[in-house]
Design a protein around this ligand. Structure first.
Ligand SMILES: Cc1cc2nc3c(=O)[nH]c(=O)nc-3n(C[C@H](O)[C@H](O)[C@H](O)COP(=O)(O)O)c2cc1C
Length: 193
C-alpha cells in the first residue's frame, strides 16, 4: 500500500481522499445524494454563472440503470456496485441579451463542483470516484441533456468496500496514487520547465 505524504503541510482531507473502485453493498439515501450536490453547487464559478448540472440515480432505480448503461469498458464492471451514480454536466454558454455566448470557464467550474462533491462525500464517510469513460451519445438522450450542455464525468459514490470483491486485475490497482513533487509543478516567478 502506498503512503501519501505532502511536501508541505496541508489539511489531511486532501491526502485521505482517493478514488477506490470497491464498494460496500450499503445503500445511500436521496438525502445523502442531495447533500453531495448541495456541496457541489456552492463551488465558485466565473461570474457566478453556476454552469454545473447533475443527473443521478440510486442503485436499483431506472436512473442508475440508464447511467450505468452509458459507462464504457471496465467502468461497467466495478461501478455497478456503487450506491449512487451522478452525472456531472455543464452549460457551455451564457444567456446574453443579444443571444447565447460561449462560457469559456464552464469546464473549469464543473471541475470545481466535482472536487466539492468528492470532499463532501469524504466528510460523510463515503467515497467518490469520477469516470471519464462514458459514452456521451448514450447518456445525453437517455438523461434528457439539453442542447449546448456537455457531460464531463460520471461519479460513482458509496461506502468503500472490500478489495477482495473486485476482479483480480482491479485488486492490484486498488490503492491511493501518488503525485508529482511540488517543485515539478510550481516555481516562484515562472512556470517550471
Ligand atoms: C476527469 C476524470 C476522469 C476519470 N476517469 C476514470 C475512469 O474512466 N475510470 C476510472 O476507473 N477512473 C477514472 N478516474 C480516476 C482517476 O484515475 C484518479 O482520480 C487518479 O488516478 C488520481 O487518483 P485518486 O483520485 O485516487 O487520487 C478519472 C478521474 C477524473 C478526475
Amino acid at each position: 500500500m502506498t503512503v501519501r505524504q505532502s511536501d508541505h503541510p496541508i489539511d489531511p482531507q486532501f491526502l485521505t481522499r482517493w478514488s477506490p473502485r470497491a464498494f460496500d453493498p450499503a445503500e445511500m439515501t436521496e438525502g445523502q445524494v442531495l447533500s453531495l450536490i448541495e456541496a457541489a453547487r456552492w463551488a465558485p464559478s466565473a461570474s457566478n454563472h453556476q454552469p454545473a448540472r447533475f443527473a443521478w440515480g440510486l442503485r436499483g432505480d431506472a436512473g442508475f440503470a440508464a447511467i450505468h448503461d452509458g459507462l464504457m469498458g471496465f467502468n461497467r464492471v466495478w461501478a455497478d456496485k456503487a450506491a449512487a451514480l451522478i452525472v456531472l454536466a455543464s452549460k457551455t454558454f451564457v444567456d446574453k441579451e443579444d443571444g447565447p455566448a460561449a462560457n469559456s470557464w464552464h469546464a473549469f467550474d464543473a471541475g470545481a463542483s466535482w472536487m466539492s462533491l468528492a470532499l463532501q462525500a469524504q466528510a460523510m464517510g463515503l467515497v467518490a470516484h469520477a469516470m471519464g469513460g462514458f459514452e456521451a451519445e448514450t447518456l445525453a438522450p437517455a438523461l434528457g441533456l439539453p442542447e449546448g450542455y456537455q457531460i464531463h464525468v460520471v461519479v460513482a459514490v458509496g461506502r468503500q468496500g472490500d478489495v477482495a470483491d473486485l476482479p483480480e486485475k482491479l485488486q492490484a490497482r486498488e490503492m491511493p496514487s501518488l503525485r508529482r513533487p511540488v517543485a515539478e509543478v510550481a516555481a516562484r516567478g515562472r512556470f517550471p520547465a
